[in-house]
Write a protein that binds this ligand. Structure first.
Ligand SMILES: [Mn+2]
Length: 373
């Protein structure tokens, strides 16, 4: 029995770190993720028997109506094709609030919408000739147990596959809304597959006879949450689970590049090196590292290269200026020259290594501030 395991789509999310027009375009493309997932599930070659959405389908509990309508229409395609789909509310799209999308659209939500606040057997379905027992809960603020972590997991004593779906954290977690789940108790429950959501980084861990899987978010939110750009399909059999990752080429690449500027002779060459990373579809941060050949204006380099990327950020993380350049400025009869001479004297006299590093940084920033007036 093959499961398309989705989680943390966060539809409706819009990046705050981009200009408005771009952010809107990013949102539009990113919101196409659910349609792409449904296309994959409907591809006969993929032989998908069940689709689970393990929480945070939407970025907020009250998404805009056109977005909700579009998502429902996509899930309806699965329903019409006879592929069961299970939607579990998460902590972003929390069911707790009266105006939650899952309260307002409770009736008529395609497939199975999980609404029970405590772990329970929610359905038994037939999929691809297998009997599949499903267990889940919808985190409900003030009702769902969060401290200590949940330890009571139901499991029918019946033949078939037993699949649990939770939007939470293995362990004690970081607060109520991360929904802590006790991993040992989950292992003892005897599920064949535990479809998790909430942690955006993909991972898998064997718990008892089953496998617990975070598929990761396909389309990430930023440089520390870049997304996997692949879908996760789990083949679940009584004997074990096999995971398959299917690339999603339409997912936008989010990348951080470190560019060591030490060997580059000047700002023009640094700019050319940034330009060489060009990718009009990608969201890119370039970190300039090493020893700067001359004072670099990261903003100017960013502005000059921005058109080569969907979104570009250039960050100056160089740790020092080249000594030759400082020597030249230090020889000048200027305020900058005097500043460099004084800072260098202080650094020579300083015994403490940590304190010297602070002075070095102060020198760098002082020079930067004065050069840019
Ligand atoms: Mn979450």
């Amino acid at each position: 029995m093959r499961i398309l395991h989705l989680a943390d789509l966060h539809l409706g999310w819009r990046p705050a770190f981009m200009a408005r027009e771009q952010a809107e375009e990013r949102r539009r493309r990113r919101d196409g993720l659910l349609a792409r997932a449904v296309d994959l599930a409907l591809d006969p070659g993929r032989r998908i028997g069940l689709v689970v959405i393990a929480g945070d389908l939407f970025e907020t509990h009250c998404p805009e109506e056109p977005l909700v309508a579009a998502a429902v229409a996509q899930l309806r395609r699965l329903e019409q094709a006879g592929i069961p789909v299970v939607t579990v509310p998460g902590n972003h799209d929390e069911i707790t609030y009266p105006n939650s999308v899952y309260q307002r659209r409770r009736d008529g939500w395609p497939g199975l919408l999980v609404t029970n606040p405590h772990p329970a057997h929610v359905a038994t379905i037939e999929a691809q000739g297998e009997t599949v027992h499903l267990y889940s809960l919808a985190y409900t603020g003030g009702v769902t147990q969060t401290r200590p972590a949940i330890r009571q997991f139901p499991r029918l004593d019946q033949p078939g596959l037993h699949v649990a779906i939770f939007h939470g954290t293995l362990g004690e977690g970081l607060g109520d809304r991360s929904l802590p789940l006790d991993p040992d108790a989950l292992g003892r429950a005897g599920y064949d597959y535990i479809a998790l959501g909430h942690i955006h980084k993909p991972s898998e861990v064997r718990l008892g006879r089953g496998l617990a899987v975070y598929p990761g978010t396909v389309e990430g939110k930023g440089f520390d949450d870049p997304g996997t750009r692949q879908f996760t399909i789990a083949s679940v059999e009584p004997g074990g689970v096999t995971l398959e990752r299917v690339p999603d080429p339409a997912a936008q690449k989010v990348a951080v590049h470190d560019l060591d500027v030490s060997p580059l002779p000047g700002a023009a060459r640094v700019e050319a090196a940034v330009a060489a990373l060009a990718d009009p579809e990608a969201i890119v941060r370039v970190r300039l590292t090493g020893t700067a050949p001359e004072l670099l204006d990261a903003e100017a380099i960013e502005a000059a290269c921005a058109h080569r990327f969907f979104h570009l950020e250039v960050v100056d993380e160089t740790d020092a200026l080249s000594p030759a350049l400082l020597d030249r400025w230090a020889a000048e009869r200027t305020i900058l020259g005097e500043f460099i001479r004084r800072m260098r004297r202080r650094m020579e006299e300083e015994q403490d290594e940590d304190e010297r590093a602070v002075l070095e940084e102060a020198l760098r920033r002082g020079v930067q501030a004065m050069r840019r007036r």
